[in-house]
Structures are given as structure tokens and as C-alpha cells.
Design a protein around this ligand. Structure first.
Ligand code: SAH
Length: 213
């Protein structure tokens, strides 16, 4: 598992691309510049690792596009020490970006194969999430709530109520909502039952699936 000057150079170019597309948060850009994305992909795809594109990984899933990861992370406004819930761990790239920002990350993945691979892989890179969970993200994680932020990295057909309910007052939920195409939604909790909602452009994610059990 090597991270060479060549990789660092390619990563800096990626940071510039993401910046040119409108990401301004310096902490987020720094995190994108630090996480060795090529190590999250099969080594034969090295040429693709630092392009600003989503890419297929195991179990019919994808590693999210770096711009999308940066966009969602910027909306989340992560402060050092914040408690963040991620739905859709996948290969753990977004998880690693959140760890770089000093978040205490809880992340849920519904595919056992990916959950197992990523649980072993992230610590090898030094990324220690508070908890990686094999389970159904639609329920959130009531036993650890409330959260400063919740980020959903799969396309949700609707906004799951438990996720809104597990936010602190002032907390943020970043969730792509829709079936074929998703609209990025930001909810900010203003009170027990009050939420501010923003819609921020179209994206395409793999679907957030409901549990078969
Ligand atoms: N965060 C990842 C993106 C992974 S793709 C990255 O940084 O690249 C989305 C992931 O969401 C897939 O791994 C998929 O299995 C998972 N997923 C889909 N529905 C889910 C659900 N209901 N609960 C938890 N994870 C889910």
C-alpha cells in the first residue's frame, strides 16, 4: 500500500479540479488532498483514481465522485470532534474524509461483504471510525443519537423520518433524494419539530435500499 509523490501530485491536481467546480471550504479541500483514493480501488484502476469520477467497486457498488464527496462534506460543516452519522459506508472513502476533519464517525453499511472489507481496510490506513455498523441506514442509529450531522451517500427515495429525529438542534442532514436522479437536500434542525430545507442541485447515486428482513 504505497502512497508516492506521484500519487500526491495527482491528488493535488484533483483538489484543483474540485476547487474549480466550486468547493471553497479549505478544510474539505485539504482532506481531499490527504486521503489516498487510489488505495480504495483495485490497483489496476490507478489511472482512474484521481479523476473526478465515480467508479465501480465490489458488490455492485461505487466509490463516490470526489466532487460529490466534497460537496456533501462542505454542506455538513464538520467541526473537530463533531459526532457524524454516515449512511452507506461502501469502500470508506467518505468515511476517511470525515476522519480527516476530526469527526467522530459512525457509519452504516447494509452489504455484509463491503462492511467486512472496509472494517479491516480503514484502520490499516490509520482511519479509526468510532463505529462501523452492518445494518439498515433507514433506521439511523438511535442508541448513539443525537448527531451534529448525518450524511447519506446513497440515493434515498424519500427522507427517512428517524434521520431527522436523530439530529441535534442546529444539526444538519445532507441527503440526495429521488429515484433515477437525486436532488441534494440539506435539512437544518431549528427546533424539536422545525427544520429548514434547502435543495442544492442534481446528482446520481446508487439507490438506498430498504432492508429485506
Ligand atoms: N460513501 C461511499 C459511497 C458508497 S455507495 C464512498 O465514499 O464512496 C453507497 C453505499 O450505500 C453502498 O455501499 C450501498 O451498499 C449502501 N447502502 C444502500 N442502501 C443502504 C441502507 N439502507 N443502509 C446502509 N447502507 C446502504
Amino acid at each position: 500500500m504505497k502512497d508516492t509523490f506521484k500519487h500526491k501530485g495527482l491528488r493535488q491536481q484533483l483538489v484543483n479540479v474540485v476547487k474549480a467546480k466550486g468547493i471553497v471550504d479549505e478544510a474539505v479541500l485539504k482532506a481531499i488532498g490527504k486521503v489516498p483514493r487510489h488505495l480504495f480501488m483495485d490497483s489496476s484502476f490507478l489511472d482512474h483514481a484521481y479523476q473526478d469520477k465515480a467508479f465501480p467497486i465490489a458488490a455492485d457498488q461505487t466509490i463516490s465522485q470526489p466532487y460529490t464527496v466534497a460537496f456533501q462534506t462542505e454542506l455538513l460543516q464538520v467541526n473537530n470532534g463533531d459526532k457524524i452519522l454516515e449512511i452507506g459506508t461502501g469502500c470508506g472513502y467518505q468515511t476517511a474524509v470525515l476522519c480527516e476533519l476530526g469527526a467522530k464517525v459512525y457509519s452504516i453499511e447494509r452489504q455484509n461483504e463491503l462492511f467486512k472489507i472496509t472494517s479491516k481496510f480503514l484502520p490499516k490506513l490509520g482511519y479509526r471510525a468510532k463505529k462501523l455498523i452492518f445494518g439498515d441506514g433507514y433506521k439511523g442509529l438511535p442508541e448513539e443519537a443525537p448527531f451534529d450531522g448525518i450524511i447519506v451517500t446513497a440515493g434515498a427515495p424519500f427522507v427517512p423520518k428517524p434521520l431527522l429525529g436523530q439530529l441535534k438542534i442546529g444539526g444538519r442532514l445532507v441527503i440526495p433524494v429521488g429515484n433515477d436522479v437525486q436532488v441534494m437536500n440539506l435539512f437544518i434542525r431549528k427546533g424539536a419539530k422545525e427544520f429548514e430545507q434547502h435543495e442544492l442541485g442534481e446528482f446520481r447515486f446508487v439507490p438506498m435500499l430498504e432492508d429485506k428482513n
